[in-house]
Design a protein around this ligand. Structure first.
Ligand code: C2E
Ligand code: MG
Ligand code: MG
Length: 286
């Protein structure tokens, strides 16, 4: 009944073992996630994926991506456990934890590797939390980060029902010097309509337009990305193209008017140690 009410309202739905299994998995995840949160976020970790400057091929910063291993559940992907966290509200505490770790990390790297542009993900629900701004400011003060090196990415996980409130939140954050990015631009909820009401600093172009760019028959993807990037420039926005998986795609997109590139071609998201190795390699080169 619960499944029918939330997913198929108005439809006739028959019981299936698969639905029951999904439901049980959801409950188990919730329980295990809660345990992790209670135990001071044990099992949560940030991974880092580089943003690369297409002109120099050097790392300009990174996106912080959440990973989690529970006490019982060890095989959950972000798409799954973040959805569970969002559905029951656990994303609030975890989101503040991510925010703090990301800010702390930017500052920790500063002396050795210079100022890196560090981004973290925030869902609409988190932006609308009345404590969001206060927390952000308190961490800025605590760690002494320069907000202009922090990029806050709005993920496309849900529909924005109060665009005006979100727009004024973005304006306030940008007024304080933070950078704001629209993530996964071109997909479900991250659309042109959002561009009309929100002022941002970066647009992140979604994987799905990029991944197959180098394969025959993908001229449409080329036209879409090329023109999207031109549009960003005309609007005064910087851009990050995600999903660069091979050198061919990197060459094609690198020729376009793009600010930063991200994707498996440069590196998968990696743990802090491995990311620092990449930074070391860059340091030797430059
Ligand atoms: P996203 O913010 O769009 O992050 C990019 C995702 O694309 C990451 O998946 C990354 O591993 C993957 N990716 C990177 N390069 C490539 C590539 O070349 N090819 C392909 N196919 N994929 C690539 P991941 O880490 O599984 O994260 C999934 C989503 O979970 C993120 O998408 C973001 O929306 C959400 N997420 C991750 N961390 C957080 C967080 O701390 N808070 C919130 N609210 N959401 C988060
Ligand atoms: Mg993102
Ligand atoms: Mg993205």
């Amino acid at each position: 009944m619960e499944y029918a009410k939330t997913n198929r309202r108005g439809d006739l739905v028959f019981f299936s073992v698969e639905i029951a299994r999904k439901h049980e998995r959801g409950l188990a995840l919730r329980e295990d996630l809660n345990q992790s949160i209670k135990k001071d976020f044990r099992g949560f970790e940030l991974f880092f994926q580089p943003f690369v400057n297409p002109g120099t091929n050097l790392i300009a910063g990174c996106e912080c991506l959440l990973r989690w291993k529970g006490e019982k559940i060890k095989d959950s992907y972000p798409m799954e456990f973040i959805k569970v966290l969002e559905d029951y509200g656990g994303i609030r505490e975890v989101g503040f934890w991510v925010m703090e770790q990301a800010i702390k990390q930017q500052v920790a790297w500063r002396d050795t590797y210079g100022e890196l542009q560090v981004s973290f993900n925030v869902s609409y629900q988190q932006f609308m939390d009345e404590d969001f701004e206060n927390r952000l400011i308190s961490y800025v003060e605590k760690y002494g980060v320069n907000p202009s090196y922090m990029i806050i990415e709005l993920t496309e996980s849900c529909q924005v029902d109060k665009p005006q409130e979100l727009a004024s939140m973005f304006d306030r954050l940008r007024g304080r010097g933070f950078k704001v990015a629209l993530d996964d631009f071109g997909t479900a909820y991250a659309s042109l309509e959002m561009l009309k009401c929100l002022h941002v600093d970066y647009i992140k172009v979604e994987h799905s337009f990029v991944r197959e760019l180098s394969e025959p028959g993908h001229d449409i993807d080329y036209v879409i990305i090329d023109n999207l990037l031109r549009m960003c420039r005309r609007l005064g926005y910087d851009s990050i193209v995600e999903g660069v998986e091979n050198g061919k795609v990197a060459d094609i997109v690198g020729e376009m008017d793009v600010t930063l590139l991200q994707g498996y071609y440069y590196s998968r998201p990696v743990c802090r140690n491995d990311f620092e190795k990449l930074l070391e390699e860059d340091k030797q080169q430059s």
